[in-house]
Design a protein around this ligand. Structure first.
Ligand SMILES: [Zn+2]
Length: 230
């Protein structure tokens, strides 16, 4: 019996998507069936991409893509929940790498224009309590696959969402505008990519873009692991 077979018996692994036990060594995080059915985002990352469309009329986004495109409630969202809530920064880096390799293969020309990757930040307090920022892990994976550097100290989150629960809708909207703060980007940076784990309404990313554009004149693209059509 191989060591891996023995480990599988002692510590069974389960597919993060459907929950069935997985045995093969190539079934690292999910089973072969779920791998084959993975709802990969197969659109262009240009003007007509669903992600770019999300920002139409709100802010200018040059390229926008996502690794997975799924309906809300899809079992594939388990992968993202695992990264976000179950202490799996390694899975975030792994998924970021998978996505990065895909981008290099299918969109090399667009990718070559991007100078810097900025993950959607968390407040210092939240990062400390979670131990990591999932968007940063995904960004790290993208960096490993694409060679584009990640920068985590220029774009900051200075307020938590908790601090606005008692506010009116208008106050919350005003408050959301000041949740992120951005410093000056290094000279020569003309095009940045904002990275988030999931894009749904795009409100978080939009607030980040506004913070970046307030002090910098740059082209912005957006990439995420998941895109949920609402
Ligand atoms: Zn499965």
């Amino acid at each position: 019996m191989r060591v891996n077979d023995l480990l599988d018996l002692l510590l069974p692994r389960y597919c993060l998507v459907c929950g069935k036990a997985v045995f093969e060594k190539y079934e690292r995080f999910w089973c072969i069936t779920c791998n084959a059915d993975m709802p990969l985002f197969v659109f262009s990352i240009g003007l007509m991409s669903p992600i770019v469309k999300t920002f139409w009329g709100r802010c200018e986004v040059k390229y926008g893509g996502s690794f997975l495109l799924y309906e809300s409630g899809s079992l594939y969202s388990n992968i993202l929940k695992e990264i976000k809530y179950r202490d799996r920064p390694d899975l975030g880096v792994y998924m970021g790498r998978l996505y990065g390799h895909r981008l290099v293969k299918y969109h090399p020309r667009e990718l070559a224009k991007i100078d810097l990757i900025l993950p959607v930040p968390m407040t210092k307090k939240k990062r400390k309590s979670r131990g990591y920022n999932q968007a940063e892990c995904i960004a790290k994976g993208l960096e490993l696959a694409t060679g584009i550097s990640v920068e985590t100290s220029i774009l900051k989150r200075i307020k938590d969402r908790d601090s606005q629960t008692r506010k009116s809708k208008f106050e919350r909207w005003l408050n959301a505008k000041s949740v992120y703060e951005c410093g000056e980007l290094p000279s020569g940076v003309k095009h940045i990519a904002i990275i988030d784990d999931v894009v749904t309404t795009g409100a978080t990313v939009e607030a980040c873009i506004e913070a970046v554009q307030k002090v910098n004149r740059v082209t912005v693209s957006v990439f995420s692991l998941g895109f949920t059509s609402t």
